[in-house]
Write a protein that binds this ligand. Structure first.
Ligand code: BGC
Length: 711
């Protein structure tokens, strides 16, 4: 610290911004860079894991020695105020320049207080609440010595086989963008140097959510147009919201591994978007380019990555082992290395580490800010908001005091609530399973006629390296449901899972299905809140649920094709012989204990031009007998384009709460940005023509109107 601190402190911001080379620089960083040897510079580009948690295929012993020798400038998987203080002391007191360590960790859906998995939270469509979840996570993590989280995960996915679909926000780029921006704001706040904010890391850059056949780490290939329109927006939204780090993805895209993609990192991220933070590899991602068949050896891999704009090496040790030599031989220019180091040190400065390297290491603060009653109350609320009532024939809500049985292999689980990437969340902090929570509100009897049947996937079937070729529930679970129905029971199924499942059989058999995802620390109580009507379900699917795996990929922004399926008996139309085209539960679907009625759409004008606007309105009425929250969704279709356009695309939504009998007018302003797309020449903008606008409570339950736009 002392050495870093005695370096002159002057006004902020030097050079110009944007582009792969020029980054705004803290004068202290420039002063430091002047003193650094080549080896010390390389050290700042190296990130190792501690031996606390293993989140990848390899581990590194002796990381403290690496830090002491100036070979490692950042550490992941180490936390607590005490431990990070000790490691920081080594960096600050025992290295020549005393440059502080940056501590990173996967704080994905909470740190100690665990919120629902991200796919679940995205079904709340409650953007301020999702931002709040990230703010709380940052507060808890920053109090435990951390300054950097590997989140938000911005990977759009329409691939339920892929275990990591649980970590993202579903299929839609518009909703995904709002969420990735909100999470970035939640983590970073308005000042990274505060002791309750942490650096966000936008991952996995890019298109990791589209692995062929749903197998993790597998090949990704798609047109640049599809990539830019449906996959890229959430990453961009997070960068626009100020995210200052980005993680490369394990996959290749168009034949080039993302870890060596000049197109992704230098051209799109740094040149086109003006990103000023740094790019980190994923775990051993640089080395893996040898297995990809893209790099001949480790030195070649390091050269390719550094030259493509990858600033920091997580766990490959390729930069540590080869960068010095690569610079000496001229294969990597010193300027390129300097740019990477400058980007990394700038972030350390922004985080306040050059002012006080121990500012995140306060044990008192750690105790005070962790798992507070407020954090737990919020976790309970957002868990309830994330749940989606897929089906209900009237059995729900249950009455408090009525006899119910709580059955099923997951009725008493607490562990599964935390899902994958559970941060520092512990099962001991989960106060109640679903069984426990239901027992607190009614009399539970095994022989009761009404059954709450808790089914699902164990959490370890989701997340990284957890792809499945079946998206069914385990067979014995469906058998259990069948046998209960044979006995004449009324069965409400509660699901704990992390991907869209094939629920065709269960939706036929059951009386209700509540999709609860992995709901986090307070999941038991939140499920009971919804089952007994203390919280009226409001979640809407952020991802389509297919009827079976054969329909995959299935998503709401599909194209019409030249032979759309219109005639029930037609042969030569785009259809299946053995299954309808429609999904089981469409994007945006989710029931409530009340009903919402939509009026027809009213348009203020039937056409608009250039920078003008059009207002589309509906009146929504709560026609039931309890208060309810509805997410009113806006979709648009461009009927004819220079490239074909989706039959529906989400363009807006509003969450409203209505008392029984209450109506509210909901209006959306449509402008040219909402009509824009990558036209045939790849320019972004609208085209003259006819459009349809749809408003409703689900993508398959909408009112419709038409308008015209002229450029
Ligand atoms: C995952 C990343 C994660 C990293 C660090 C990798 O295996 O792909 O999402 O952030 O490990 O734990």
């Amino acid at each position: 610290m002392k050495k870093a601190l005695i370096i002159a402190i002057a006004a902020f911001a030097l050079a110009s911004c944007g582009g792969r080379e020029a980054v705004k620089t803290d004068p202290r960083v420039e002063a430091l860079m002047k003193q650094m040897t080549l080896e010390e510079k390389v050290g700042q580009t190296v990130l190792f894991t501690s031996d606390w948690t293993v989140t990848g295929p390899s581990m590194r012993s002796g990381y403290l020695e690496d830090i002491k020798a100036g070979r490692c400038g950042a550490l992941l998987n180490a936390y607590t105020a005490d431990f990070t203080r000790e490691v920081q002391r080594v960096a600050v007191e025992e290295t020549r320049l005393g440059i502080p360590i940056l501590f990173g960790y996967d704080v994905i859906h909470g740190f100690r207080t665990i919120f629902p998995i991200n796919l679940g939270m995205s079904c709340s469509w409650d953007i301020p609440a999702i931002e709040e979840s990230a703010r709380i996570a940052a507060e808890e993590a920053a109090a435990a010595g951390l300054q950097w989280t590997y989140s938000p995960m911005c990977d759009i996915s329409v691939e339920p086989r892929w275990g990591r679909i649980s970590e993202g926000s579903g299929e839609d780029p518009y909703l995904g963008s709002l969420i990735s921006a909100a999470m970035t704001r939640g983590y970073q706040g308005d000042d990274l140097s505060k002791d309750n904010t942490i650096l966000a890391c936008v991952k996995h850059f890019a298109a990791y959510g589209a692995p062929q056949a749903g197998r993790d780490y597998n090949t990704v290939d798609m047109s640049e147009r599809w990539f830019r329109e449906f996959y890229l927006p959430p990453y961009k939204a997070a960068i626009d919201a100020g995210a200052m780090s980005v993680m490369a993805s394990f996959n290749e895209l168009d034949g080039v591994p993302a870890h060596a993609s000049n197109h992704l990192m230098n051209e799109i991220l740094k040149d086109e978007w003006g990103f000023e933070g740094f790019v980190v590899s994923d775990y051993t991602g640089i080395n893996e380019m040898i297995m990809h068949g893209y790099a001949a050896d480790e030195s070649h891999a390091a050269e390719l990555s550094m030259n493509a704009g990858l600033d920091m090496d997580m766990m490959s040790a390729a930069y540590m082992n080869h960068l010095t030599e690569l610079v000496k031989s001229g294969k990597v220019s010193e300027k390129t290395l300097d740019n990477a180091v400058r980007r990394i040190l700038n972030i350390k400065a922004k985080l306040g580490l050059l002012d006080d390297p121990y500012k995140y290491c306060d044990t008192e603060r750690e105790k005070e800010r962790t798992l507070t009653p407020e954090n737990k109350a919020f976790a309970r609320r957002i868990a309830a908001e994330s749940m989606v009532l897929l089906k209900n024939n009237g059995v729900l809500p249950l009455k408090k005091g009525e006899k119910v049985a709580v059955l099923g292999p997951m009725a008493d689980t607490k562990d599964d609530f935390l899902g994958s990437w559970r941060g520092a969340g512990e099962v001991e902090a989960v106060p109640a399973s679903i069984l426990d929570a239901v027992k607190e509100v009614t009399t539970v009897a095994a022989q009761a006629n009404k059954v709450i049947l808790v089914l699902g996937e164990p959490w370890s079937w989701t997340g990284e390296a957890a792809s499945r070729t079946s998206i069914n529930l385990p067979e014995e679970q469906t058998e259990l449901l069948k046998s209960l129905k044979k006995q004449g029971k009324t069965v409400a199924v509660v699901l704990l899972n992390g991907r869209p499942l094939d629920l065709s059989a269960e939706s036929e058999l059951s009386d209700a299905i509540l999709e609860a995802w992995y709901p986090g620390t307070m999941g038991g109580y939140a499920v009971a809140d919804v089952l007994f009507g203390d919280y009226n379900p409001s979640g809407k699917l952020s991802v389509t649920f297919p009827r079976n795996l054969g329909q995959v990929p299935i998503y709401h922004y599909a194209k019409n094709t030249g032979r759309p399926y219109i005639h029930p008996d037609a042969k030569y139309e785009s259809r299946y012989l053995d299954c309808p085209n429609e999904p089981l539960y469409a994007f945006g679907h989710g029931l409530s204990y009340t009903d919402f009625e939509y009026s027809e759409i009213g348009l203020d004008v039937s056409e608009f031009k250039a920078d003008g606007t059009l207002t589309a309105k509906v009146k929504v009425t709560n026609t039931g007998s309890v208060e309810g929250t509805e997410t009113v969704q806006l979709y648009i279709r461009d009927l004819v384009g220079s490239v074909t356009r989706p039959v529906k695309q989400l363009k807006g939504f509003q969450r409203i709460t209505l008392q029984p009998g209450e109506s509210q007018e909901v209006s959306f302003t449509i402008d040219k940005e909402m009509l824009s797309f990558y036209r045939q020449d790849m320019t972004w903008g609208p085209e003259t023509g006819d459009f349809k606008v749809f408003i409703g409570g689900a993508s398959d339950n909408v009112k419709e109107a038409s308008f015209r736009y002229e450029i």
